[in-house]
Ligand binder design. Structure first.
Ligand code: TYM
Length: 380
């Protein structure tokens, strides 16, 4: 039944913008990062604007925030906010990356927000050993994914750092001047062997937090949907925001869609751990058939003892991507009571994923004609 020996019940985990390791304890992470839990009360407030709760909020996949209540109050008082999110083009896009983008699209639709979408090609060149040529190919492929999400063309602008640097540079200098190496070291864990490009990079990821205020000519609130690994950047940006006359950016943080194979998150650099939007459908089926589950070693033990959805990647994918909350609860009950075998869940995931990806791939094809319309330019 369980076709992997992945279980890791140790307490160790680490989350940085470049590394997610171990079995993440999200409640502990909130304390460690100093963020706020998204409470039921806050969700109710959210719902009063949106009329419904997006499943990623209902499932608490988005679980933490900074100043989400503040930004909703601003909205209530007729101060509209920008959305800001991004992608580091280290490879192809996987299902995990899509999760914050799904919520971003929902927020754009519900709050009629402008969106800045930053692509940090510089970051991915500096971190790791890919050539700029390879990164440029990824940038193009990743842009197709971003457009395929269905963002509103007239309200979305994609910024590619190396291409649009002249629009970013002066604000990045304002930020950089106010951050000491000692602060950057303690937030990001830089060491003497970190290349100085990486040490100088964080202000650039901070710039789109402030760009809306510059574009609009008045202080403009910004909400950043992302997984919680990106939070260190916002800690840094929030520290200096008011010193240079801007609002602190607000955030809404998600958990990680887990790896298919081991504890930790899906990773672009290890193809077996993730389902990519560019994977052939038969490759997806094969990956899912080899996925880690929370099942028992044999069918008879599964029927007797039940499985453990809490550590099952297949269950997580179904829960966060395809099942409604009611379907997911039902699946969990059947699994725990031994009435559901891993094969059935894998089949469900396989058929949902392949039909989702085949539709998504058609949208990626259509996106090829739209790239220039989504790119940032000052005269928007
Ligand atoms: P990147 O390319 O690592 O990730 C892109 C977005 O996907 C989120 N993410 C995940 N979400 C759920 N499950 C996963 N397994 C998973 N893996 C990654 C990330 O949190 C991110 O939201 N430096 C950034 C690019 C960036 C950015 C931003 C991201 C620039 N500006 C503003 C968010 C917001 C990066 O390399 O992301």
């Amino acid at each position: 039944m369980s076709d992997s020996s992945k279980e890791d019940y140790s307490d160790y985990f680490e989350v940085t913008p470049w590394k997610v390791e171990g079995s993440v304890d999200y409640a502990r992470l909130i304390k460690k990062f100093g963020t706020q839990e998204i409470t039921d009360e806050l969700l109710e407030k959210f719902k009063s604007f949106t009329g419904e709760l997006h499943p990623l909020l209902e499932h608490k996949f988005f679980f933490s925030h900074r100043d989400l209540d503040w930004i909703l109050n601003k909205y209530e008082n007729n101060e509209k906010f920008y959305l800001y999110t991004g992608r580091g083009p280290s490879g192809m896009v996987h299902l995990g990356h899509l999760m914050p983008w799904f919520l971003t699209k929902h927020l754009q639709d519900k709050f009629d927000s402008n969106l800045l979408f930053q692509i940090t090609d510089d970051e991915k060149f500096l971190y790791g050993n890919k050539s700029m040529e390879e990164i440029n190919r990824n940038v193009y492929e990743n842009i197709l994914d971003i457009i395929a999400i269905g963002f509103n063309k007239s309200k979305t602008k994609i910024i590619v750092n190396s291409k649009h640097i002249k629009h970013l540079y002066s604000t990045s200098l304002e930020i950089a001047k106010r951050i000491t190496f000692s602060t950057a070291k303690s937030i990001f864990g830089f060491t003497n062997s970190t290349n100085i490009g990486m040490i100088g990079f964080p202000p650039l990821q901070g710039v789109p937090c402030f760009l809306p205020s510059i574009l609009e000519g008045r202080p403009t609130p910004v909400l950043i949907p992302a997984a919680i690994d990106q939070d260190p950047y916002w800690r840094l940006t929030r520290d200096i925001a008011e010193k240079i006359g801007f609002y602190k950016p607000a955030q809404i943080h998600s958990k990680f869609l887990p790896s298919l194979q081991t504890v930790g998150k899906m990773s672009s650099s290890d193809p077996e751990t993730a389902i990519f939007t560019t994977d052939d459908l038969d490759v997806i089926e094969k990956k899912i058939s080899n996925t880690f589950t929370g099942g028992q070693p044999t069918i008879s033990l599964q029927k007797k003892l039940g499985g453990n959805p809490g550590v099952c990647s297949v269950f997580s994918y179904l829960k966060y991507m395809f099942d409604t909350p009611a379907e997911s609860n039902e699946r969990e009950l059947r699994c725990r009571s031994g009435n559901l075998l891993c094969g059935e869940c894998k089949n469900d995931l396989s058929s949902h994923s392949t039909s989702f990806i085949s539709i998504f791939q058609q949208k990626r094809e259509k996106a090829k004609d739209l790239v220039s319309e989504f790119m940032y330019s000052e005269d928007r």
